[in-house]
Ligand binder design. Structure first.
Ligand SMILES: [Zn+2]
Length: 209
């Protein structure tokens, strides 16, 4: 077998290893009818029971991805035991990449996983906040944070993750985006993210000099 076919087999294996675990995320959300309860994408989502229920469901679907990840991993390892096949190696590497991207947290304070329980709890607490920002407080999850619709007060600095709504950019493009971002928002988790901390530190050093 030539080197180029080996490389192609490796890449195809890797793609399968990366895409297969994310199938539940695409199938259960985009292709089953889950559009009730929440406003259509990309509108802001009101904080309420439908949103909390959807977050819990999305968390379960994210866990389901681990189950589908075992299939290409087991198959890849089984083939590798018998022969050093580039396709199988690619598949194992793809699943490993999926696992690493899930295990390594973007922000340690926000907890592990794409939708951590601490974030869901914070959102749930906002249904009945202890102190209201204004008289007619109405919280909505916007792209970057949860804010009051009336006075624009930021109640929770956390970008909105993928909620399984059919994306406004269409099924194909939307699915590709979900695959690439793994259901995360394209924005960093909060002001305390590594990137913004780094840029803050840099500007501080620049000021001192
Ligand atoms: Zn308000």
């Amino acid at each position: 077998m030539s080197l180029s076919t080996d490389v192609i087999r490796l890449v195809v294996g890797m793609l399968i290893g990366m895409i297969l675990p994310r199938i539940p995320l695409l199938f259960f959300t985009r292709f089953l009818n889950m559009e009730q309860g929440l406003p259509p994408h990309p509108d802001s989502v009101p904080i309420g029971i439908p949103l909390v229920q959807r977050l819990l469901l999305m968390r379960r679907i994210h866990f389901m991805c681990w189950i589908t990840a075992t299939l290409p991993l087991a198959l890849g390892l089984w083939i590798l035991q018998n022969s050093p096949d580039p396709f199988a190696f690619g598949m194992v590497a793809g699943v490993s990449w999926f696992a690493i991207s899930r295990i390594v947290p973007e922000d340690i304070e926000q907890g592990f996983g794409i939708l951590s329980m601490s974030v869901i709890k914070s959102v749930n607490n906002l249904r009945e906040p202890e102190t209201d920002c204004c008289e007619q407080a109405e919280y909505y999850w916007e792209v970057r944070s949860i804010r009051c619709k009336q006075c624009r007060f930021v109640a929770l600095e956390h970008p909105r993750p993928d909620l399984g709504r059919i994306r406004s950019d269409g099924r194909l493009k939307g699915s590709l985006r979900v695959l690439l971002m793994d259901g995360r928002s394209i924005f960093p988790p909060s002001n305390s993210s590594v990137v913004s901390e780094g840029s803050k530190l840099l500007s501080k050093i620049a000021e001192e000099e």
